[in-house]
Design a protein around this ligand. Sequence first.
Ligand SMILES: [Zn+2]
Ligand SMILES: [Zn+2]
Length: 106
Amino acid sequence: MNPLCGRCNKVVYPTEKVNCLDKFWHKGCFSCEVCKMTLNMKNYKGFEKRPYCNAHYPKTSFTSVADTPENLRLKQQSKMQSQVGKGCPAPLYSCSSWLHPAVECY
Ligand SMILES: [Zn+2]
Ligand SMILES: [Zn+2]
């Protein structure tokens, strides 16, 4: 029984097999998720069981990880901070919303 390719789900025969990231791949299918550059055992970088080239390997600065809870919190924080100094544009009674911490409104 030959294994299935991690990219195209077709049978991988021993002659064209790449065994990487706990999966088997056709040599031609073992390519960067982003730019499709063909990779090999020497130059690939694995991330969540998917191959990437050196340039597209997800790093912390990548947008694909921008929506982690921590980053969302930071985004909200900078939104709040941008309100400081401008005064609160809304009437006082609506200032208990999270967008306008009451303390900024006096
Ligand atoms: Zn394949
Ligand atoms: Zn790439």
